[in-house]
Every structure is written in C-alpha cells, then in structure tokens.
Design a protein around this ligand. Structure first.
Ligand SMILES: NC(=O)c1ccc[n+]([C@@H]2O[C@H](COP(=O)([O-])OP(=O)(O)OC[C@H]3O[C@@H](n4cnc5c(N)ncnc54)[C@H](OP(=O)(O)O)[C@@H]3O)[C@@H](O)[C@H]2O)c1
Length: 247
C-alpha cells in the first residue's frame, strides 16, 4: 500500500515541470490528485500521464477559479489531505525596468495567488493534512533582474512560518521546499528557447554536485513532506539544490 493511499491532493501548476512530476509521484503513492493550470490542453494531457487525477482549469490569481477548483474537491466528499501550492510566475526586470504591471503580475500570482490557494482550502483540509509551498533558492540571493520573483518567494517562506503556527491546532503541517535550478520547461520560458541550453550549462556548473536537479527529485521531497513520514517537520524549509546554498 502506498504512503498516501486514499488521500486527496491538490497540485497547482500540475500540468508541467515540478508540478506534473509531483502529481505523478503523489498518485503513484496512492493519492487522487486534482491539478490546476491555465491551459486546458496541457492539463488534459497531464491527467493521461498521472492516472488518478482530475483537472480543473484556472488561474490561481483569480479567486473565482480557485473556488471552482475547491468546489470540485468538495464534490468528491473526502476533504483534502495534501496541498502543493506550486504555480508561479517568473520573468526578468531590473529595479529600473520594473513596471507596476510586472510587479502586480509577479506578486499577484506568487504571493496573492498562493495566499488564496491556501486560504480557500482551509474548510476542506482534514486533520493531519500537509500544506507545502514551493519557494526557491532565489529567495536567498540577489540574481540580477529577478527581484520581484525572489522577493515573492521570500514572502512564501515567511507566510509558511505564520500559517504553520495558525494551523497547528488542527493538526495541519505547513512546510516549504526551496528548489535550486531544476530542469523544467520554465527555463526556456524565462530566457527563450534559443538560449536555454547554454543557460542550463551555466546553472549546472554553479551547483556543487555538477548538475541541475530533476522534477522527480523535487517530487520525492514533496511526497515525503506530504506523508506521515515527516510528521515532526513543521514550518521548515527543505532545500533541494544539490548543495547550491549549503556548501
Ligand atoms: N525550475 C526551476 O529551476 C525552479 C527553481 C526553484 C523554484 N521553482 C518553482 O517551481 C514551481 C514550478 O516551476 P516549473 O519550473 O515546474 O515551471 P513550469 O514547468 O513552467 O510549470 C509551471 C506550471 O504552473 C502553471 N501556472 C503558471 N502560472 C499559473 C497561474 N497563474 N495559475 C495557475 N497555474 C499556473 C503552468 O500551467 P499554465 O501555464 O497552463 O497555467 C504549469 O502547469 C514554481 O513555483 C517555480 O517558481 C522552479
């Protein structure tokens, strides 16, 4: 029997990269996984890959879309045991280049969207549930032109401490994962497909173990935090970075 047998999970951004790999892993461990993302075609393809999954198309920065997601979870009648708040927006702008639109887009998805992703799940979360927020090692450094993204990820690390404290009385644990550079479609999305391979080689060279991480490696850590194996881990930040911020 899998470590998440009979559990219900939500993965935002479950149609690509880290979210898709995590949804696959949670389903392999026995959970039924609800996934959300804006592109319906990608979601439908992901459901085929994941198996025990339900897709609800939506944008996490739109509260009405989150209501539809959780209406679908509620209709299943088993509450919610695992929430991986993973969807995010990433794009470059230096301090000088930053516009109100760029700031609002980044914080609207990553901070406001994640807050309401978790807040709207509260009535459904079962005793013993696990909430995992996807931050980033960028919360700990100052990569040029990544200020809004990095600050938004630092906000999630902070929120997790407060939310873990507020929810501990219900037996709900909140933790954070901070991936380093992980090989996903997002990299080409941020830097452009033509530059992606050179940029990835540069990333790999900066990781102490000499390579980028895989989505499956992040998924394994999220599955651990989602399971009862991590029952004494509360408000923590688990780095998944090949040593990038550790050595
Ligand atoms: N890759 C890395 O090196 C790395 C490192 C550290 C942290 N992270 C974090 O890991 C998470 C996943 O990144 P990834 O690399 O796996 O990216 P990805 O492959 O581009 O996947 C992003 C997923 O999020 C969905 N999404 C994006 N904006 C959304 C929105 N507003 N509402 C709902 N869904 C949305 C996308 O679907 P749609 O586009 O169809 O909406 C897609 O399913 C992000 O939080 C990212 O910051 C990544």
């Amino acid at each position: 029997m899998g470590q998440l047998e009979g559990r219900t999970a939500v993965v935002t951004g479950g149609s690509s990269g880290i979210g898709l790999a995590t949804a696959v892993r949670l389903a392999a461990d026995g959970a039924h996984v609800f996934i959300t993302g804006r592109r319906k075609g990608e979601l439908d393809e992901a459901v085929e890959i994941i198996g025990s999954a339900t897709a609800v198309a939506g944008d996490i920065s739109n509260p009405a879309d989150l209501d539809r997601l959780y209406d679908a979870v509620r209709a299943r009648g088993k509450g919610l045991d695992v929430l991986f708040a993973n969807a995010a927006s990433a794009s470059f702008a230096t301090l000088e280049e930053t516009t109100e639109e760029h700031f609002d887009q980044t914080f609207g998805v990553n901070v406001r969207g994640t807050l309401f992703t978790v807040q709207k799940a509260l009535p459904l979360l079962n005793e013993g549930a696990s909430v995992i927020l996807n931050s980033s090692v960028r919360a700990d450094d100052g990569v040029e032109a990544f200020g809004a993204y990095s600050a938004s990820k630092a906000a999630l690390r902070s929120y997790a401490r407060t939310w873990a404290n507020e929810l501990k009385g219900r037996g709900i644990r909140v933790n954070v994962v901070s991936p380093g550079t992980i090989d996903t479609p997002a990299i080409a999305g941020v830097v452009g497909a033509e530059k992606a391979e050179a940029i990835k080689a540069g990333f790999a060279a900066r990781v102490p173990i000499g390579r980028m991480g895989t989505s499956a490696e992040v998924a394994a850590a999220v599955a651990f935090l989602a399971s009862d194996q991590s029952s004494f881990i509360v408000g923590a930040n688990l780095y998944l970075d090949g040593g990038e911020k550790q050595l």
